[in-house]
Ligand binder design. Structure first.
Ligand SMILES: [Zn+2]
Length: 373
């Protein structure tokens, strides 16, 4: 899942998922026009909007604290955390590896909801103390909401569907019982999917009986939970199968490269139609200077094929479109998915040492997952 990079805390990259921007607006709006006016009538429209935006912003901070707690515990247990991607109902802490045993998993999973509970308690106490001062009503409203929303975060994340925290707790318990991480993940994901379906049905029922906003939120949460459960399982299966496999072991050594001065008509005739690869490294004086793909060739009108050269259409080489022979196969696959390139050169000291295609990685994945079924 993609995100917009924000800043770093504790050496961890914090990113926002794109959906956040839409949902941030929706939350500010539903707070300013629904929630706050119904609990605190007789305030000005602008006061409601200030409360709405502050509410949405502090919700973001609350989610961040929740995720950072997971990451902090994971780090203390020896698991590096690369990135935290924040969604509205929580986030995904991208651990570099799965916890090695069910005990660690349990600790990392439970930390987040506990921190949300603590925040809920703090906001609740502050809410109670400002209740006595009527001129602080703006803060009272905000604090009350934050206590409520942190409690909701704790409860929502404890829903027993992987990859939510509750699902991770469930997985840790099954893991301890069955001794198989994969089996435990499958059970926890299935549970998550069915709970997601249940929540969607409940939301639709509410919408039909007149509770539009509440029902709408439930449907969104249900859809989110279902797709998260599915994605979580796929990721675990993929990571498990490709764990420890290096790019070097996957790459093919038969390298067919092209010269930058080659004309497109020759490129098509002598390379594309002859060798049938989709991507070729462009090499000058034994060093790679770019790659040329079918996509770029297709962009050149046919009548210009005789004049244009590879140099004019190629993608100059950069980190994103080359692989390291000692890199992990999982990262190589992710790079291919990110850039949309199906075949990338493996480069060492500026020289092409091999080529890897997405198909190479996927076939290995298929074989390995079939064997360990
Ligand atoms: Zn969590």
């Amino acid at each position: 899942m993609k995100g917009v990079k924000l800043f770093r805390v504790l050496g961890i990259q914090i990113s926002l998922n794109y959906t956040w921007f839409i949902v941030f607006g929706l939350i500010a709006w539903s707070l300013a026009s629904g929630y706050f006016p119904s609990y605190y009538p007789d305030l000005s429209r602008s006061a409601y909007w200030v409360m709405g935006f502050l509410g949405a912003f502090f919700l973001f901070l609350s989610v961040l604290v929740h995720e950072l707690t997971h990451s902090y515990i994971a780090k203390r247990e020896g698991i590096e955390v690369k990135e935290i991607i924040l969604f509205i109902f929580g986030g995904i802490s991208q651990l570099t590896k799965e916890p090695e045993d069910s005990k660690k998993e349990l600790k990392v999973a439970i930390g987040g909801p506990l921190s949300s509970l603590v925040l809920a308690l703090i906001f609740w106490i502050l809410f109670k103390t400002t209740l006595r001062s009527p001129h602080l009503i703006l803060f009272t409203g905000l604090l009350g909401y934050l206590a409520f929303i942190n409690l909701s975060l704790a409860i929502f994340n404890l829903i027993p569907g992987f990859p939510l925290d509750g699902g991770r707790v469930l997985r840790a318990l099954y893991w301890r019982k069955t001794g198989s991480l994969k089996k435990a993940t499958r059970i926890a994901s299935e549970t998550g999917k069915w709970i997601g379906v249940g929540i969607i049905i409940l939301g639709l029922f509410w919408i039909l009986t007149g509770n539009l906003i509440g029902g709408f939120w439930f449907v969104i949460i249900g859809i989110f939970l279902r797709s998260a459960a599915e994605g979580g399982l796929q990721q675990v299966v993929m990571k498990g199968a490709l764990e420890g496999v290096k790019v070097r072991e996957l790459m093919s050594h038969g390298i067919i490269s092209v010269e930058p001065s080659l004309h497109i008509d020759r490129l098509v005739e002598d390379f594309y139609l002859t060798h049938k690869h989709i991507t070729y490294p462009v090499v000058k004086d034994e060093k790679i200077i770019g790659i040329v793909t079918l996509k770029q060739v297709k962009e050149v009108p046919r009548d210009q094929w005789v004049e244009k050269t590879v140099r004019e259409v190629m993608m100059p080489i950069r980190e994103e479109i080359m692989l390291d022979p000692d890199g992990e196969a999982v990262d190589a696959l992710q790079k291919m998915i990110r850039t949309g390139e199906g075949r990338l050169p493996v480069v060492k000291d500026g020289k092409v040492v091999g080529m890897v295609t997405r198909k190479d990685i996927l076939s290995l994945l298929e074989i390995k997952t079939d064997l360990t079924e």
